[in-house]
Design a protein around this ligand. Structure first.
Ligand code: CU1
Length: 523
């Protein structure tokens, strides 16, 4: 296959640091996002290692309670905004233009700016560890009244979250415009790869809820410094209102972190099952329904705040409704695998495991949606187990599967399949060792965000900590496999995966200039 490439106007490019600072190329920016995400993942993971070391046995040994609060708060905040979201934007930058036959993102300079805001926000957050009073310790959810009382680090956190939100909104606008305007001829909406669909819907969620987050943290800022009483009961305000506004952002945010993962899984499974994705149309509608439902379930995070029974029932049933489109997706993935000619390369291992483990996280979510049960389990380790099954074995392991899947495309080399499988098995086993016992700890009543615990929780905590250390170490192997693949290896060729037949693999890279107005000439 030979495709004529139109000559580009300029062939002069800056080198070194200037290349990365000034780049408007979607692949360069995708690469920057992915490296940023990896470094934040390792940093927030290091915080988690300290948490697990402290919880290895009962008593206080490594950190004082306030430092422990800082560890859990910053671990959550950085994993969400620094690791998971930027990784998905990185994937979108790399793959969306290739998947729809666009020459680049719609707004390349905006794209550059979206990325370079991230190191600014990260610097603010990291510097907040070293200011008087220390970093955010009021939980990643920033609840008042505790948040109102924090030191200057809390203002730095507000500013950092503003900057992160700005970056996300600009990224989302870019992705929506790219998908709606730059598709190649014949690439109708219902022919787009599912990864593109999931990102289109995610981008709308981002545009809808990031301004809500920005508003609520601005209200925190004015409560802290400008004499307002939005969340101060003594001044006529209401601290519970913060939770309502925060979770109106926070619940769709959960889907912002999982819908692109669904897109990655829906890309990997058909390739290695060598079948078309089962139920494409129902997949699109399932993603759209999950996104719509995500706006009407927020108060399931607030069942213990004193809510009328009618409210509890509404949020309980609306939450349970989400299981239906999610079940449609899981059914379709299984039906895609069914009677396929399957091979088990590392990306497929990750994809199948995500389907299984994310489903466990979905079921514990259904358990927590039940009001009487949630009132017992609120703020216990059951909740911690639940959202790590969703966010680690759902989102993070999809990202890992996606990295292995696209590494040959990104680097031109094959990664080390043996080491990749080692990374997969170590991650999967250690992950379950770390987080499955937390279900039992939560059911037995162990509270989250507390550095010490009663003696009867000691055994499961020791297992969780040992699992956690292996899980952390396994990610160093991941970094090694990625770096090794970048530095060299067996050439990947044009089509590294037998079974991949979407545009991103069949078009040359980059696609022909103006491929969206001139169909590629294929001999
Ligand atoms: Cu939620």
């Amino acid at each position: 296959m030979d495709i004529a490439l139109a000559p580009h106007a300029h062939d002069e490019h800056p080198h070194g640091l200037m290349r990365w600072l000034t780049t408007t190329n979607h692949k360069d920016i995708g690469t920057l996002y992915l490296w940023f995400s990896l470094s934040m993942f390792l940093f927030a993971g290091a915080l988690a290692m300290v948490i697990r070391a402290e919880l290895f046995q009962p008593g206080l040994q490594l950190v004082d309670p306030m430092q422990f609060n800082r560890l859990t708060s910053m671990h959550g905040l950085i994993m969400i905004f620094g690791a998971i979201m930027p990784a998905f934007v990185g994937f979108a930058n790399w793959q969306v233009p290739l998947m729809i036959g666009a020459p680049d993102m719609a707004f390349p300079r905006l794209n550059n700016w979206s990325f370079w805001l991230l190191p600014v926000a990260a610097t603010l957050l990291l510097a907040s560890f070293f200011v008087p009073g220390g970093a955010l310790a009021a939980g990643w959810t920033m609840y008042p009244p505790l948040f109102i009382q924090g030191g200057i680090a809390y203002d730095m956190t507000i500013l950092a979250v503003h900057v992160l939100g700005l970056s996300s909104i600009m990224g989302a606008i870019n992705i929506i415009t790219t998908i709606l305007n730059l598709r190649a001829p014949g690439m109708t909406l219902m022919k787009m790869p599912l990864f593109v669909w999931t990102w289109l819907i995610t981008a709308y969620l981002l545009v809808a809820v990031m301004p809500v987050l920005a508003s609520v943290i601005t209200m925190l800022l004015t409560d802290r410094h400008f004499g307002t009483h939005f969340f101060n009961a003594a001044g006529g305000g209401d601290p519970v209102m913060f939770q309502h506004i925060f979770w109106f952002f926070g619940h769709p945010e959960v889907y912002i972190m999982i819908l692109p993962a669904f897109g990655i899984i829906s890309t990997i499974i058909p390739t290695f099952a060598r079948k078309k994705l089962f139920g494409y149309t129902s997949m699109v509608y399932a993603v759209a329904s999950i996104a719509l439902l995500s706006f009407i379930v927020w108060a399931h995070h607030m069942f213990t705040t004193g809510m009328p029974v009618a409210g509890q029932l509404f949020f309980m049933y609306s939450t349970m409704l989400i299981a239906i489109p999610t079940g449609v997706k899981v059914f379709n993935w299984v039906a895609t695998i069914w009677r396929g000619s399957i091979t088990f390369e590392t990306p497929m291992l990750f994809a199948i495991t995500v389907v299984c483990l994310f489903t466990i996280g979905g079921f514990s979510g259904l358990v927590l949606a039940l009001v009487p049960v949630d009132i017992q389990l609120q703020d216990t380790y059951y909740v911690v187990a639940h959202f790590h099954y969703v966010l680690f074995s759902g989102a993070a392991m999809s990202i890992m599967g996606g990295v292995y899947y696209w590494l040959p495309k990104w680097t031109g080399h094959r990664y080390d399949e043996t080491l990749g499988k080692w990374h997969f098995w170590l991650t999967t086993i250690a992950f379950n060792l770390t987080f499955f016992p937390m279900h039992f700890l939560g059911l037995a009543g162990m509270p989250r965000r507390i550095p010490d615990y009663a003696l009867q929780f000691a055994d499961f905590n020791m297992i969780a900590s040992l699992g956690g250390f292996v899980l952390g170490a396994a990610q160093l192997l991941f970094v090694y496999v990625v770096v090794k693949c970048i530095r060299g290896g067996e050439p990947a060729g044009e089509r590294p995966w037998d079974g991949a037949d979407t545009l991103e693999w069949t078009l040359p890279s980059p696609p022909p200039y103006h491929s969206f107005t001139t169909p590629p000439k294929i001999d």
